[in-house]
Design a protein around this ligand. Structure first.
Ligand SMILES: [Zn+2]
Length: 254
């Protein structure tokens, strides 16, 4: 396809309704979506959620397009994808894995976190600490980043189901991230869902990019903390949060 034809298709695609995929198929859908996001000033970094631009049908086509691109990468790496049985279908497995698993938090909307009122006379006013297993990958090397997040809040007027803390944290983690950014993202999304002003997020993770390559540090652990409201300003609340984390670690060493 000539460059002007691709560009024309992108322009046509940008003007179309989202449910009309016919024209997209003729051009490259990834080009069309990038064009739309740039036009709208929408940032699409590895840790950004772009679900408002990507439908379920789009995902199917993006998997097709990424399969072709991964096939090309494998060819360039001089891997015989035609006769090596282990490498046959790897391009498609990679494409599917990126879009539906390791980077799914970019393409899926936020998990539904129905809130329950916490405003009766005997409302819960204490601290709540939830431990969430996290699996992520670094934006720099696309290596796995694995660990746990401890999310603490002082209950506000809304409570969300306990599993929702983990669902929100995992949704933030299933992208290309930096651990520092991930910590901030989880704090922001939990705050959005719970409306809690007092909140702390502590994450400890191991980084594949430091273990499998580079400095080959096999037992290095990276810790990040984001504290807001009383968790930041009140020494007692801060201590209670970290004491709770120690209790959790005694209960289930990571
Ligand atoms: Zn890395």
């Amino acid at each position: 396809m000539t460059e002007s034809r691709i560009y024309k298709n992108i322009l046509v695609g940008a003007e179309m309704q989202d449910d009309d995929n016919k024209e997209y198929k003729e051009s490259n859908l990834a080009d069309v979506l990038r064009f739309k996001m740039r036009r709208d000033g929408k940032r699409f970094w590895a840790n950004d959620n772009i679900s408002e631009y990507v439908t379920e049908e789009h995902k199917e086509q993006l998997i097709e397009e990424a399969t072709e691109a991964f096939e090309q990468v494998l060819k360039t790496l001089l891997i015989d994808t035609e006769t090596d049985p282990s490498s046959k279908g790897t391009a498609r497995r990679l494409a599917k894995m990126y879009i539906t698993e390791v980077m799914s938090g970019r393409y899926e909307p936020a998990p539904d976190a129905t809130a329950f009122p916490n405003d009766s006379q005997d409302r819960y006013e204490g601290m709540l600490v939830v431990r969430s297993e996290l699996r992520s990958m670094c934006s720099h090397h696309h290596q796995p980043v694995a660990g746990v997040a401890y999310i603490g809040i002082i209950a506000a007027d809304k409570l969300i189901g306990l599993s929702k803390y983990s669902r929100i944290a995992q949704w933030c983690a299933r992208r290309g991230t930096l651990q520092e950014e991930l910590c901030v993202d989880i704090a922001r999304e939990i705050q959005k869902a719970t409306e809690a002003r007092d909140l702390g997020v502590y994450i400890q993770m191991t980084h594949g990019c430091c273990e499998n390559r580079g400095i080959m540090a096999h037992s290095s652990l990276t810790q990040t903390t984001v504290l807001k409201g009383a968790f930041k300003d009140d020494a007692g609340t801060k201590k209670e949060f970290f004491d709770n984390i120690k209790l959790q670690q005694d209960f289930a060493p990571r």
